[in-house]
Design a protein around this ligand. Structure first.
Ligand SMILES: [Zn+2]
Ligand SMILES: [Zn+2]
Length: 374
């Protein structure tokens, strides 16, 4: 399996433009190709008209005419590089037709506008080969299987990204490679976060179980309970920032946009109050729909959550040593000034579970709660 930033070769293949006695050009594709898509280029080569998956023998691809067709083959893994027209970030995917959603910024645009820079170069070379065949009345060919070819513009290779995910939405199944952990499916727009977030949380809970079983040193255990307390909220914050992209694509005033961008998910209870006011989306509750019944945190959990969030703050900024602010804000009546706090194992675990619920509430609120206008 290729690693991050490895260059992935285009699959080997060759495209011939064959000049016909009647003055027309025929295409012939040969070699070892994983997948192809077609780009219909305007006759003068100045712009792209359509992007459609290539069809097999006997099939008919529907695209705008008249046009010159460039065939873009996938890399060895059957995917194509894309650059988002809005945020310009790069990803790879198996989805290239109709509209695409950017996995990073969630904005949607015609797939044509996502064609990567490398492919644009290749398509231009393809158009040039066509034009040469057309005007010199000679066959020309584009060979893609030799990386050391003297005409590198005819080759393109795509960069392997960090996270590979296959969309779990019914009848979607599009595969995508992104930088980072969370991304939206380029075809259906659903996030991969439901599975990815639960993986992260499961790893934390497994670490808790293993520590409980195998680590006897008191100091070492305390470090791990502290670490889980800190990390759980960091994970929630990463998830929430990703999901916020979906909210940021809605039209809103400049002031509201700035406020939403500035929302701090390290204080999830406060952030949740604003999300409730602005979008009717909760962090400590989910309003429910036909398939997922409503949920809400019990009132008795809030003092505990507040205390744990203050403990987390103390761990990050003061090595866990109790200060005046902590005594004022945490509601912790056991702690003494200047002592180092210790988080009991069961409290660390319970906190991870509550933070997980917050993440799932947010996921449900944004993915299931928002409905289209009728
Ligand atoms: Zn984008
Ligand atoms: Zn999908």
């Amino acid at each position: 399996m290729a690693e991050f930033k490895d260059t992935i070769r285009a699959a080997g293949g060759r495209l011939d433009y064959l000049f016909q006695p009647d003055g027309r050009l025929a295409y012939q594709i040969s070699g070892d190709m994983r997948a192809l898509y077609m780009v219909a280029v305007s006759m003068d080569g100045s712009h792209f008209l359509d992007e459609v998956p290539a069809v097999g023998i006997g099939g008919t691809a529907v695209y705008r005419q008249p046009s010159v067709v460039a065939y873009v083959q996938s890399d060895e893994q059957g995917m194509w590089g894309r650059n988002c027209p809005a945020c310009e970030r790069y990803f790879r995917t198996t989805h290239i037709s109709h509209d695409s959603v950017c996995p990073y910024c969630a904005r949607s645009a015609p797939s044509l506008t996502f064609i990567s820079k490398a492919q644009r170069t290749y398509i231009a070379a393809s158009y040039d080969a066509w034009a040469r065949a057309m005007y010199t009345h000679k066959n020309t060919s584009l060979s893609l299987d030799d990386v050391t070819d003297k005409t590198p513009a005819w080759h393109y290779s795509e960069e392997k990204q960090q996270t590979h995910f296959k969309c779990k939405t019914d009848r979607c199944g599009v595969e995508t490679d992104i930088l980072g952990i969370y991304g939206f499916c380029p075809r259906c727009g659903r996030t991969n976060a439901r599975a990815a977030f639960s993986d992260v949380i499961n790893r934390m809970l497994t670490r808790w179980d293993e520590t409980k079983k195998t680590v006897t040193d008191r100091e070492r255990r305390a470090e791990i309970w502290a670490d889980l307390t800190v990390k759980s909220v960091t994970e929630l914050e990463t998830l929430a920032k990703h999901l916020r992209r979906r909210l940021l694509i809605f039209p809103m005033t400049r002031k509201r946009r700035e406020e939403l961008e500035a929302l701090n998910f390290q204080s999830p209870l406060e952030a949740g109050v604003f999300l409730r006011q602005w979008f009717d989306i909760g962090i400590v509750e989910w309003g429910g729909n036909a398939t997922a019944p409503p949920r809400a945190f019990k009132d008795t959990e809030f003092p505990f959550i507040k205390k744990m969030l203050q403990r987390r703050h103390l761990l990050i900024h003061n090595s866990g040593v109790v200060d005046e602010d902590y005594l004022k804000l945490s509601g912790d009546t056991q702690a003494r000034l200047h002592e180092q706090i210790r988080i009991p194992s069961n409290e660390a675990r319970h906190f991870v579970e509550l933070v997980t619920e917050m993440g799932i509430n947010l996921l449900d609120g944004i993915e299931l709660g928002i409905v289209e206008a009728k």
